[in-house]
Design a protein around this ligand. Structure first.
Ligand code: AMP
Length: 502
């Protein structure tokens, strides 16, 4: 089963239905999208001589072309490597090298940023919309190349705790399950319904493409390429039955926005990727009504671990309604979710432990990283690294993020990665990076530094090698960092001290 067959069937049966839109305007019908994907597939196989299983990277801002590329790659039997367009050229270079991508498609402008970091294994770097790109669509269309459920479809790079990102191998089967789970438990899709891609299509939002293709929905990309509440509200008015996946901070911005958009057209606003404060959830309910759903997932079990349904969120009469709003909901039907102790033994409700996940949606492993695969999938379950507890009703509450992950503006930032960069400054003796609660960003990156380096130089250092959004928003200079007997820096204590300073 190749996921591309969902598009080719929709193209055959409903060629005139809208498939993709840029802002208010239809950009492609199903017939057009399916034909472009089939021609691109022909070019990838016959002109660029790629073989089934080869990786092709997409480094693109959200656009209708993202759909053409994703489906063209799958149609040809290849694996897609969608990468976050906000990453630094050096970070993208690492992903290109590690994935062994032979071809990379990049939004105009990003190609120049990638070029100096392109590995030898990359044969072509093609700017979307260039003459070279347009010529690919002159190739003859080919039939969908057959794939097994276990074949790689999407190499999903997640930031690694040790600095280097890891590639979660998502197969055609994994994504099919995630898509069906979304349609049956979060948000049923009917022909003509819209999905608004305001969050990156290379990440969570992109995993909601497939169910909409299978069910003849229309994928809407904001023209600004950014998240502007005024524009989002205008698109809610333009597109009937519209859904959107958003980080909690994005939902909060919509709620706080003065834009006078009404919510009548909204089908579902799905949040995930980070916790939403209960107070924020209540305000969103007041503004949008019973349209909110929550999902908890991670790249390794794409968008699919637990979900808090629209009905649960709106069920004000339930005696435990508020507690449930603070939870991440119930496991999806297609997964086993276990809260386990350090030895992997299941814990009873009320007890806190690591969250383990089993099922057909769980990744095959990490690309070219047997050690990390064995650790993450030991005992037949995905070890999420997240900590939580079930209540007696079967609702899961996430207690704490292990690994000291910082989530700022919906993006994950691993402190270690930033610390390693800062430590390269000769005047930095020690450093510890933490997240500080922040009304706008969810969390702000803060660096505690032992040493006398000027903040401007630290900023410049960060900008030279990691993405802009990972750069600390504040530097605090101290004589010493809190440590335990073994000399390990105590981040929990540092966070407490930081809260006191604030
Ligand atoms: P990623 O792999 O980048 O999607 O990040 C996944 C991580 O985000 C998870 O392991 C959780 O720590 C966190 N996360 C995802 N969804 C939620 C949620 N609904 N509530 C709280 N944290 C979440």
């Amino acid at each position: 089963m190749n996921l591309a067959s969902w598009l080719s069937r929709s193209g055959l049966s409903h060629p005139y239905m809208p498939a993709a839109a840029l802002g208010p305007r239809v950009a492609m019908t199903y017939g057009e999208l399916a034909l472009r994907a089939a021609r691109l597939a022909g070019a990838l196989r016959n002109k660029l001589k790629l073989e089934p299983g080869d990786r092709v990277a997409i480094v693109a801002k959200n656009s209708p072309d993202f759909l053409v590329l994703l489906y063209g790659i799958w149609h040809a039997g290849l694996a897609a490597v969608p990468a976050n367009a906000k990453l630094h050229g050096a970070e993208l270079g690492y992903i290109l090298e590690h994935s062994g991508a032979r071809v990379c498609f990049a939004s105009k402008g990003l190609d120049a940023e990638i070029a100096p970091h392109a590995p030898k294994s990359l044969e072509r770097l093609i700017a979307i919309g260039s003459a070279e790109y347009n010529a690919l669509f002159e190739a003859d269309a080919i039939d969908v190349v057959s794939r097994a459920g276990d074949d790689l479809a999407w190499l999903f790079y997640t930031s690694g705790t040790t600095g280097k990102p890891k590639g979660a191998m998502l197969t055609h089967r994994n994504i099919a399950w995630a898509s069906h789970a979304y349609g049956s438990e979060v948000d049923p899709v009917s022909p003509g319904d819209a999905i608004l891609h305001a969050a990156p299509m290379s990440h969570g939002s992109g995993l909601y493409i497939m169910q909409h293709v299978a069910r003849l929905g229309v994928q809407v990309v904001p023209e600004s390429g950014a998240f502007e509440p005024d524009e989002i509200f205008a698109l809610f008015e333009r597109w009937p039955n519209v859904s959107m996946f958003a980080a909690p901070t994005m939902i909060k911005r919509l709620v706080d926005s003065a834009a006078d958009g009404h919510a009548a057209n909204i089908r579902t606003l799905v949040w995930g990727g980070a916790p939403m404060y209960v107070e924020d959830c209540l305000k969103a309910l007041d503004r949008f009504g019973p349209k909110l759903a929550q999902i908890y997932g991670q790249g390794e079990s794409p968008m699919t671990i637990t979900t808090l349904s629209k009905q649960d969120i709106a069920d004000r009469d339930h005696p435990r309604w508020r507690e449930r709003l603070g939870s991440a909901g119930r496991p999806y039907a297609c997964v086993d979710v276990v809260v386990a102790d350090d030895d992997g033994r299941p814990l009873p409700p009320g007890e806190t432990g690591e969250i383990l996940v089993g099922g057909d949606v769980v990744m095959k492993g990490y690309w070219r990283n047997d050690e990390a695969t064995a650790a993450a999938l030991r005992g037949g379950y995905l070890h999420t690294g997240d900590v939580g507890a079930f209540d007696a009703d079967g609702y899961l509450t996430l207690k704490d993020r292990s690994k000291d992950l910082i989530i700022s503006g919906g993006s994950n930032i691993y402190p270690r990665e930033v610390e390693e960069v800062l430590l390269t400054h000769p005047a930095v003796r020690e450093v510890s990076v933490i997240g500080r609660p922040d009304a706008e960003w969810g969390e702000a990156v803060v660096a505690y530094v032992v040493g006398a380096a000027p903040p401007a130089e630290l900023d410049a250092l960060c900008l030279s090698s990691i993405a802009r959004f990972k750069r600390p928003k504040d530097y605090v200079f101290v004589d010493a960092l809190p440590k335990n007997n073994y000399g390990k820096i105590l981040k929990t204590e540092l966070r407490a001290r930081d809260a006191q300073r604030q």
